[in-house]
Each structure stands twice: as C-alpha cells, then as structure tokens.
Design a protein around this ligand. Structure first.
Ligand code: NAD
Length: 330
C-alpha cells in the first residue's frame, strides 16, 4: 500500500472540514481507520469510531493502541479559552504517547499557512517551507506555531516520524462564494462590511443587495492570495501517508497557483450576473506560496485553480445541498 506499511490510522477532527473530505478516501485506499468522535457525529462507512476529547490526558493510550499512524486534525480554531487545552495540550498528549508507545510509524500534523502571517505582513519572497514562523495576530495562528514547534522538538529529541502539512485556507462546498459575495452567509477575512466607506458600498449591506467583492490595494491593484480546494488538500494528505521522504519534513499544501481578486470578481460577476464592488484595504499584503517541495518530494499535483474552485462553489449552490456549519471564519 505504501513505503512504510501503514495500515491502521488514528484520525482526530474527522467530522471537520478536512476530515470529512479525507475519511472516505482513506477507507477506499484500504486503510483501517479509527476516527475520534468529539461533539459532532463522524460520517463514515467502514470506520471504527472512538468517542473522546483530545484534552483528556488518558485518551492517547487507548486511541493509539494497535495504530501505525496518526493524522491529527482536531483543533478549536480562534478561541482564547480553549486553544491551550485543545490545540496545545491535545497535540502534546498525542505526540508524547506516539513517542512512548513506539509503534507509530508516522504522525501527520495539520499545520497552517497562518503560521507565516499570510496577508497580515509583507512577504519579501513567496512563502516556502523555510519561511520563518510569523503568526498573524490571534490565538489560532499562535497555536499553529506552537504545535509545529512541539513537533519540531519531538523530531529532534526523539526522532518521532512526523510530517507537517501546512494547508492554506481550505475551500469546500460554496465557501468561496460565502467569502467573496456580499450577502449572508458571508465569512472569511477581510470583512467587506468593515471596508465599506462610501454610501454606495454601504448601501449593499443596508439594502441586502448582493455583489461580488474585489479587494484592491490603494491605487487600485487587486489583492493576490493563495488558497486550496478540499480536493487538493486531501490529495496532499494521501500522498504524504507512508512516504518515507515525508518523514521529518513540512510541506506546503495549497492550490496550483495564487489568484487575483480582480480575476475572481470578474469570473463570478459574469457567471452569476452580479455587480463588482471594489473594497480598498491598505492592510492587505499580497502573498503566494511556493509548492516546489511538495511537488518534487510528495508528487503533489494540485488541480483546482481559482476558476475551478469558483465553478465547484456555484455547482454546490445550484444543487441546494445544505452547507456544513462553519465554526470559524477561515
Ligand atoms: N480549514 C482550513 O482552512 C484550514 C487551513 C489550514 C489548516 N487547517 C488545519 O487543519 C486542521 C483541520 O481543520 P478543519 O478546518 O478541518 O477543522 P474544523 O474546525 O472543521 O473541525 C475541527 C475538528 O476538531 C474536532 N475537535 C475540536 N475540539 C476537539 C476536542 N477537544 N477533542 C476532539 N476533537 C475536537 C471537531 O470535532 C472537528 O472534527 C486543523 O488543525 C486546522 O488548524 C485548516
């Protein structure tokens, strides 16, 4: 099945955005999956469900029994009260038991480009795996750096076979439309309503008129950023599992190319017949990722550029399927 003979995988966060996409793929790839179920039910056929909370120091021992690998996705996102217990202690308990039990061949940690500050800071070069940790403000990004630092030390101190996958903002369902169109449901940052200054911009929100946001820098140049489709994110995880070259390494998992808010706004305006509304943001710094390392070592080959992400989001909306609730904004 893979270079490292991984068969049994313990996964946390299986009911979350990435977990939901990954779970069926793990099962159809032939892995035996033990999924941790916390508050929401884990949807999955042929999956062993284990109920539990990563904050419980006793959980890791029974969760890792007979497992070859861990995929750790559980996270509480932006939450000052919970992040230390959930993200930091939770990760620590799993890392430490992986070290103690001695039979974990790979520990895959979900990292994030939040650790590199994305649009909050100027970037002198495309963000790659050597780019220094520079979390953007808030507890979530801070926790993504602390988790990685713990992983880095477990690699150095104990040679624990860890792989860190640093995802960009993952897009599933109609997430991108929720981000870029003005009517509710609207989430993601920047928040258009907060950037609305002119009476015309404000009227979209006051009168609940829909439009598509075009983020621009002072002077009018559209903002550039880099995101990833759930399908490419799942591809990245599958390629990392059991790959000996992925051990002890971090990888950027994002889309094939960055996108411009100018292109995205025009593509959506045409397809959905919506007006384009410009929002100027002098605090947004362009960022792009360099995925050469993931391409060469993992064989990662992302397929979903922004046009495909948008087209999938439009299809999802047309299908009238119900969205999964979003617990945080990105
Ligand atoms: N979604 C993204 O855009 C994105 C981007 C970069 C990195 N990531 C990282 O990927 C991982 C998964 O993200 P996601 O968006 O799928 O998450 P999500 O918010 O959709 O789901 C979080 C999951 O964690 C579980 N969880 C929360 N608290 C728990 C606890 N105390 N015990 C056990 N389980 C608990 C929830 O039940 C849920 O299954 C996280 O580490 C996140 O930081 C996500």
């Amino acid at each position: 099945m893979n270079g490292m003979k991984i068969k049994n995988i313990f996964i946390t966060g299986a009911s979350g955005k990435i977990g939901r996409g990954l779970l069926p793929e793990l099962v159809s790839a032939g892995y035996h999956v033990r999924a941790l179920e916390f508050e929401e039910p884990v949807e999955g056929k042929n999956v062993e469900i284990m109920k539990g909370d990563v904050r419980d120091p006793q959980l890791a021992k029974r969760a890792l029994l007979d497992m070859d690998a861990v995929i750790h996705l559980a996270s509480c996102k932006e939450n000052r009260e919970l992040f230390m217990e959930t993200n930091i202690h939770g990760t620590f308990y799993l890392l430490d038991e992986s070290k103690n039990c001695g039979h974990i061949k790979q520990f895959i940690q979900a990292g994030s480009d939040a650790r590199a500050g994305i649009f909050f800071y100027p970037h002198p070069y495309p963000i790659d795996e050597t780019y220094p940790h520079s979390a953007y403000p808030g507890y979530y990004a801070f926790s993504k750096v602390l988790e990685e630092v713990m992983c880095e030390q477990y690699i150095i101190q104990y040679k624990l076979p860890i792989t860190i996958l640093r995802f960009s903002w993952v897009h599933d369902e109609d997430d991108f439309l929720c981000h870029i169109t003005l009517r509710e449901p609207n989430f993601g940052v920047p928040i258009w309503k907060e950037l609305a200054k002119s009476p015309e911009q404000k009227s979209y929100f006051e009168k609940n008129i829909d439009g598509v946001a075009k983020l621009v820098h002072p002077g009018g140049k559209p903002g550039i950023r880099h995101i990833v489709s759930i399908k490419d994110a799942v591809q990245g995880v599958l390629l990392a599992i059991g790959n000996p070259s992925a051990i002890g390494q971090a990888f950027t998992i994002t889309g094939p190319s960055p996108f411009s808010y100018g292109f995205a706004a025009e593509h959506i305006a045409k397809k959905l017949n919506l007006p384009i509304v410009e929002f100027e943001d002098d605090k947004f710094y362009d960022f792009t990722h360099n995925i050469a390392k993931s391409r060469s070592i993992l064989g990662y080959d992302p397929k979903y550029d922004i046009a495909k992400i948008i087209d999938d989001a439009i299809e999802f909306r047309k299908s009238e399927k119900k969205r999964h609730p979003v617990k945080y904004i990105g």
